[in-house]
Design a protein around this ligand. Structure first.
Ligand code: GRF
Length: 227
């Protein structure tokens, strides 16, 4: 990959449908932005097969229970990511917590996609949490990753309705379609320099460029499907 490319590293643990959506979108609209490498903590992750089929280099950084500390794992993870000299690191279904040992190596370069309208429903099974809370709108968020899990500055969000009769699987798949639209949109915006973080009243806020709309709080958002 040319040195002038905008290099993206994607971290996954499983299926990799967001990875696929990103790769396919970048092939059409990416310009000099491309996925330079994929890293998984699981050799069995289906997304690795997809990466291989597209000739995208991949690395496995395993973490078997009890074999190393979170800090050691994150240091190895950061070493593996650094090998690809990333401009941006995307957590897309990566089921490990990234700690300061990882984040300090890539300041303001790590983003995550989460299947809820943050700050609601952080953590695991966000879609089930939304159903249990009786939420009428659900969606996904792309945010910068900080040590505060699912709590970093929000870059963009997309909303879908929660429909009567939805179960977890139905809502999950409606949100996932939204994720496949939103994540590539945000990555393209970052690659074009349309997104930056700035200090605002003591808090880090996302400053928006032209590609995505900003709300009154300067957060980006897009609506994935008609309500
Ligand atoms: C997505 O729902 C993502 O928001 C969450 O994990 C899931 C990963 O799906 N963090 P996939 O591996 O991209 O298909």
């Amino acid at each position: 990959m040319a040195d002038s490319a905008f290099k993206i590293v994607v971290l996954i643990s499983g299926r990799g449908s967001n990875l696929r959506a990103l790769v396919e979108r970048l092939e059409v609209d990416g310009g000099r932005a491309a996925v330079a490498g994929v890293i998984s903590d699981k050799r069995s992750a289906a997304g690795l097969e997809y990466a291989g089929s597209r000739n995208i280099p991949w690395t496995v950084v395993p973490r078997e229970a009890g074999t190393c500390s979170a800090a050691e794992f994150n240091t190895r993870l950061a070493d593996a990511a650094a090998n690809y000299r990333p401009d941006l690191i995307v957590l897309a279904g990566f089921m490990r917590i990234v700690t300061v040992e990882f984040l300090q190596r890539f300041p303001q370069k790590v983003i995550n996609i989460h299947p809820s309208l943050l700050p609601s429903f952080r953590g695991l099974r966000a879609q089930r949490q939304a159903l249990e809370a009786g939420a009428k709108l659900a969606g996904c968020s792309v945010h910068y990753v900080t040590e505060d899990i699912d709590g970093g500055p929000i870059i963009a969000q997309a909303a879908v309705p929660v429909l009567a009769g939805d179960d977890e699987a139905a809502l999950t798949s409606r949100i996932l379609r939204c994720e496949h639209m939103l994540l590539p949109e945000v990555v393209l915006a970052i690659a074009k320099g349309d997104v930056c973080l700035e200090q605002n009243s003591g808090r880090m806020r996302v400053k928006t460029g032209s590609r995505l709309q900003a709300d009154s709080e300067d957060r980006l958002f897009s609506i994935g499907e008609k309500l």
